[in-house]
Design a protein around this ligand. Structure first.
Ligand code: HDD
Length: 699
């Protein structure tokens, strides 16, 4: 791993602790760090104990303020490569040559919760990428949803104050289901489009590796001649876009608060590198006004059917950070970090961000020298006249002003060779006013477009999410006002939500939305490459299991890149029907169905394995079924499913050996993991979830 960023990081690695004794910060060797220096065995501690004082002083100052939003995150290094030269529309050096690989650092995050909150909350996910290009750092600071809550950044403090836990008691942590957020939303109709995304399954991604990313704003590409092209950025995960179910996401918060963070870490450690394709939607400058929305309005998408997404490159994340604090916590993203060939537009949200990100690092990272931190340092050479300040770690020599003669005029400004950043020469004139453009005032059409584009199950989940969130809101007038807003999007939606939260259905609104849909918005159409790579499959085993059948199934699934784990009621080994021990990967009480994508129930020659009397195992299977996960059962393992039939679980019956119904794949007769069984079970796992099952009662 020797890209330029990696070589640079090498210079900052702390001395190898294995190569010498413990020392003080001053490098003095320490032979005793367990007892402070005292007068006698029971006397007072001495001030002169410099090791004790230094150790505690440092500990007392270990924390820095967490990010005001996006406090909880996980990061990884990797690289980006363009597919071909993009010179036709941008002169950005990192987008010119497919043989040039650019190092990147990506940080994924949730927005509302603090650093220690759970991963699987209903929230937007941040998707911020720092490209260490040969022309300086370029930051694409995006989210996993293509629109934003507000149109003008001056509303950001209001929005965040409403979203964050309530000020009197700091409740709720990592959740949007509370009065102040919905109060704000119900009074600020521009939020409605984004609220539809937030109530959809996009807000509970299965994995950071299985979610899209969006630059959100319309940016500007600029070519070598200075010609501009509007551009929207899209990241598309190779594994497809997949989500959790809300019930599952909530349980997961307790079972594994680090669910998404762990998933990213483990995939990279296992060499299953997350990969995303970068695509762009390009709009020529002269077409700026050809849309029925404003390109500068960050609450709008450009439907992909109107302007297709053109793939221009791909990113692979292949290295975990070595130190969470030094890298993931101290990374400082900034929308203002652009390189020649990429520029801004007058989107008022983006303009505000261009101030806020630089400003926030001063308090968070304690001074103006944060660009010198290893994770933030460009690989391009840095020559500035900026000097001094907290945490200055460079030793500058010579003059620090321009123009100068005493320093030989250095650093000289860039010459006319085209390498310097030059701002896009957009002509602007007008009066100074505080007024939202009329072109920003359609708040509902695209919210309706989103709703129209959803499949039936996605709609069900959206209605359930609104009911859950508003059901937690105490103020009845806020509930009523919100359904009143939903009526501007769709009357059926508004009525269904109203019915669930005990308020009267709102009066019909004459919406006049075009009855159009954008298939690209539905998760149905974003399933990825259909593989089951990295999917976590639980195999429930017990004494008497058919080890030959089990090994066969495990090998077939592992060969496709799935992670197969044998779970039993105890750790260690179970005794197979052949008398041999079979290794257990985890004890059932330490895990739960919500941590897996699918479950396999092998059989045993002596009858149904005794899992039916194990309530933990039965709950495991019941939850997998309720959450729409693929379930496979072989031989007498099918009996475990039969035991759940009285509760409503449905097993297909048929003439062949392998039967499949809505992701439940069984072969009761052959008892081997045949090719047909493996293929059918694999397809069921690759489909991710099976939504049209009968609902089991919740236990
Ligand atoms: Fe922001 C962090 C994404 C609007 C102000 N934002 C932050 C992060 C992401 C985003 C991914 C975390 C970066 C990291 O991992 O360190 N933010 C967005 C997107 C937006 C957006 C996609 C709309 C399109 N943000 C936005 C506005 C403002 C901010 C309108 C202020 C006017 N955002 C911030 C911030 C943060 C931040 C307060 C907190 C920590 C940080 O910047 O470094 O400045």
């Amino acid at each position: 791993m020797t890209d330029r960023k990696e070589r640079q990081r090498e210079m900052y690695r702390a001395a190898d602790p294995a190569e010498g004794p413990l020392t003080t910060d001053q490098g003095v060797a320490v032979d005793h760090t367990d007892d402070s220096l005292t007068v006698g065995e029971r006397g007072p501690t001495l001030m002169e104990d410099f090791h004790f004082r230094e150790k505690l002083m440092h500990f007392d100052h270990e924390r820095i303020p967490e990010r005001v939003v996006h406090a909880r995150g996980a990061g990884a290094y990797g690289y980006f490569e363009p597919y071909e030269s993009c010179a036709e529309f941008t002169r950005a050096a990192f987008l010119q040559d497919p043989s040039v690989s650019t190092p990147v650092f990506v940080r994924f995050s949730t927005v509302q919760g603090p650093r220690g909150s759970s991963d699987t909350v209903r929230d937007v996910r941040g998707f911020a990428t720092k490209f260490y290009t040969s022309e300086g750092n370029y930051d694409l600071v995006g989210n996993n949803m293509p629109v934003f809550f507000i149109q003008d950044g001056i509303k950001f403090p209001d929005f965040v104050h409403a979203l964050k836990p309530e000020p009197q008691n700091e409740i709720p942590t990592g959740a949007s289901a509370h009065d102040t957020l919905w109060d704000f939303v119900s009074l600020q109709p521009e939020t409605m489009h984004m609220m539809m995304w937030l109530m959809s399954d996009r807000a509970i991604p299965r994995s950071f590796r299985m979610m899209q990313g969006f630059g959100v704003h319309t940016f500007r590409f600029v070519d070598a001649r200075g010609r501009g092209t509007f551009v929207k950025f899209h990241w598309k995960p190779k594994l497809g876009v997949h989500s959790l179910v809300w019930d599952e996401a909530q349980e997961c918060q307790g079972r594994d608060a680090d669910f998404n963070r762990r998933d990213l870490w483990q995939a990279i450690e296992a060499g299953e590198y997350p990969e995303y394709e970068l695509g762009v939607q390009l709009v020529p400058e002269e077409d700026e006004f050809t849309f029925d929305f404003d390109l500068l309005d960050a609450t709008k998408i450009i439907p992909e059917e109107q302007v297709p997404v053109r793939p221009i490159g791909h990113m692979v994340l292949n290295r975990n950070p070595e130190n969470f604090f030094a890298e993931t916590e101290q990374v400082a993203f900034h929308t203002g970090n652009v390189v020649p060939g990429i520029d801004f537009t007058n989107d008022p949200l983006l303009q505000a961000r261009n101030f806020s990100y630089l400003d926030t690092q001063l308090i968070r990272l304690g001074g103006p020298n944060f660009a010198q931190l290893p994770v933030n340092q460009p690989v391009a050479p840095v020559r500035t006249n900026q000097r001094d300040g907290y945490h200055q770690s460079a030793i500058h020599s010579g003059t620090s002003y321009s123009p100068n003669s005493l320093g030989g005029g250095c650093p000289a400004i860039a010459g006319p060779d085209g390498y310097a950043f030059s701002h896009y020469a957009e002509r602007v004139d007008g009066a100074k006013i505080r007024k939202r453009s009329e072109s920003f005032k359609d708040f509902y059409s695209q919210a309706a477009l989103f709703w129209n584009s959803m499949s039936d199950w996605e709609r069900r989940h959206i209605v359930d999410a609104f009911r859950f969130e508003l059901g937690k809101v105490g103020a009845v007038e806020v509930r009523e006002r919100t359904v009143g807003e939903l009526a501007h999007i769709d009357q059926t939606l508004a009525t269904a939500v109203a019915e669930g939260i005990g308020v009267a259905p709102p009066a019909p609104v004459n919406t006049e939305h075009k009855p159009v849909a954008s298939p690209a918005l539905s998760l149905e159409n974003l399933r990825g490459d259909g593989s089951i790579r990295t999917r976590q499959i639980a195999v429930l085993v017990t004494d008497g299991v058919d080890t030959e059948q089990l090994t066969q199934a495990q090998e077939a699934l592992s060969a496709q890149g799935a992670v197969v784990e044998a779970l039993a009621d105890h750790d260690g080994k179970v005794r197979g029907a052949d008398g041999n021990g079979y290794a257990v990967d985890r004890a059932l009480p330490t895990v739960a169905s919500v941590l897996y994508d699918a479950v396999l129930l092998p059989g045993g020659p002596t009858g149904t394995p005794e899992l039916r009397s194990d309530e933990t195992a039965m709950r495991f299977v019941r939850d997998a079924y309720r959450h729409g996960k693929a379930i496979g059962a072989l031989g007498s393992g099918v009996g475990i499913l039969s035991a759940l039939e009285p509760e409503g679980l449905h097993i297909a019956s048929g003439h062949g050996h392998v039967c499949a119904d809505r992701g439940v794949v069984t072969d009761a007769t052959t008892g081997t993991a045949s090719e047909e069984f493996t293929r059918t079970f694999t397809e069921a796992i690759a489909a991710h979830r099976h939504w049209d099952r009968p609902r089991l009662p919740t236990c």
